[in-house]
Write a protein that binds this ligand. Structure first.
Ligand SMILES: C[S@@+](CC[C@H](N)C(=O)[O-])C[C@H]1O[C@@H](n2cnc3c(N)ncnc32)[C@H](O)[C@@H]1O
Length: 154
């Protein structure tokens, strides 16, 4: 599973809780979290939900979205979806491609992300790190943008 998501969860939560995996794809992260005792619902275009549109389900402790944001045209609606589906004090975790990534065309800057997050979230941390994609067909370095944040009590 996404080892940085796992590290974040171990630091942020004492016990397993409930989570939404936005853009869950094949469901690898979801399956691993379930193994650790989490109740996780995967949400994806492939199973009929477009996260460019309003989405609301039962509120959860954690919303995460790995490598989804770069596909979305309506990023503001997506951040609203994250906010609206979290319990008070719930946590957000995102991985996407940073503006400095040399391979991907669809990416986002930290400035743009901060602007989207600042009214609805606190304890916002944005980190950029390099990761090597070892897939036989496309071996190259990526610049990954990681966001962690806590739902603001409005
Ligand atoms: C690169 S995959 C990432 C899968 C998984 N999160 C991971 O980290 O391996 C991106 C996923 O986002 C989904 N997706 C793309 N656009 C979407 C949209 N508008 N609404 C919901 N899901 C979307 C795709 O169907 C795909 O499963």
């Amino acid at each position: 599973m996404n080892y940085r998501l796992l590290k974040f969860i171990k630091e942020a939560f004492k016990n397993p809780g409930t989570a939404l995996d936005f853009g869950s794809g094949e469901g690898m992260d979801k399956a691993c979290l379930k193994n650790l005792g989490w109740i996780v619902r995967g949400v994806d275009l492939k199973s009929g939900t477009d996260l460019n549109l309003p989405f609301e389900a039962k509120k959860v402790d954690l919303v995460y979205a790995n490598y989804l944001l770069q596909f979305l045209d309506n990023k503001k609606q997506f951040i609203d979806n994250c906010f609206n589906n979290l319990k008070k004090g719930g946590r957000l975790f995102l991985h996407t491609f940073d503006k400095s990534d040399r391979v991907l065309k669809k990416k986002i800057s930290t400035k743009e992300l901060k602007k989207l997050l600042r009214d609805k979230f606190e304890d916002i941390e944005i980190n950029i790190f390099s990761e090597f994609d070892n897939h036989p067909k496309h071996r190259h370095w990526h610049k990954i943008l990681e966001v962690t944040a806590k739902k603001r009590e409005l």
